[in-house]
Design a protein around this ligand. Structure first.
Ligand code: CAA
Length: 258
């Protein structure tokens, strides 16, 4: 892989967008590599992913403007679909995905962060959807996911103005869950992912499915899905072991993803 690094620490997989010279901008090659890595992870072994960017300046400074320069209508649509397909894969990925935003998260970078389950960031992070200043609409899901994350009014304001926001403002509007000093960001992300990875994996995965699918549905349909998934958990060995350990006052529980 030229532009994306994958490493595993215990049961946490860390994906780093590594195209620092271009502030980790997303060209087709980066998107392809990201997709290949997602397809190659052993999701029985790994229990939580972190996505971050290489270096101290940028998470991802957007889709690659140089690659987009000469695209025509069908080329633009093709590139948009490519990004949207990869980001949908992240959103629907079987494992939870924590985004550690270590700097600029602009355009496609903000959209990549939005496709993750939740975001934490460094105090140097800058978020924005500057696409209209380039004569395009956000094309990797920003018109859809930003409003779902921060509300229609704030999303429209960010997209129509193209104005960047800093980490404290991102925290205030709920775009990120927490802000850390730069050198504390990855330790915090790994700690969070470590906590998640110690919980019953099937229960975490089914929680993700319930939350994601329910967010598109009327609440009674969402709770129907929840009820089905809740029931399915009772068939798992991990559920039996965990409830048994509680009743017997044992704390030595380990989950086996079964
Ligand atoms: N695409 C391609 N190259 C990019 C890039 C991008 N999105 N962002 C930065 N780079 C490149 C620059 O061209 C530069 O490369 P060269 O040295 O070869 O010229 C290198 O990264 C460093 O960038 P700067 O010199 O511009 O760094 P800076 O510190 O002066 O500015 C910045 C940093 C404010 C992030 C600025 O780089 C910037 O504004 N980048 C573009 C941000 C943007 O508009 N993103 C949205 C893209 S459109 C999109 O994402 C569409 C979509 O929804 C899918």
């Amino acid at each position: 892989m030229e532009f994306v690094i994958y490493e595993q620490k215990e049961r946490v997989g860390i994906i780093t967008i590594n195209r620092e010279k271009a502030l980790n901008a997303l060209n087709s090659a980066v998107l392809n590599e990201l997709e290949q890595i997602l397809d190659s992870i052993d999701t029985n072994e790994v229990r939580c992913l972190i996505i971050t960017g290489a270096g101290e300046k940028s998470f991802v400074a957007g889709a690659d403007i140089k690659e987009m320069l000469d695209l025509d209508k069908s080329g633009g649509e093709f590139f948009g679909k490519k990004g949207n397909d990869v980001f949908a894969k992240i959103e629907n990925y079987v494992l939870p995905v924590v985004c550690a935003v270590n700097g600029y998260a602009l355009g496609g970078g903000c959209e990549l962060a939005l496709s993750c389950d939740f975001r934490i960031c460094s105090e140097k992070a800058i978020f924005g959807q500057p696409e209209v200043s380039l004569g395009i609409v956000p094309g990797f899901g920003g018109t859809q996911r930003l409003a779902r994350a921060v509300g229609m009014g704030m999303a429209k304001q960010m997209i129509y103005t193209g104005r960047n926001i800093d980490a404290p403002e991102a925290l205030r509007i709920g775009l990120v869950n927490a802000v850390y000093a730069q050198d504390e960001l990855m330790p915090a992300a790994e700690k969070l992912a470590g906590i998640i990875s110690k919980n019953a994996p099937i229960a975490v995965q089914k929680s993700k499915i319930a939350i994601n699918s329910g967010s598109q549905l009327p609440i009674n349909k969402g709770t129907e899905i929840e009820t089905r998934l809740f029931g399915e958990c009772f068939e798992t060995n991990d559920r039996r072991a965990a409830m048994g350990a509680f009743v017997e006052r044992r704390k030595d529980i380990e989950f086996f993803n079964s």
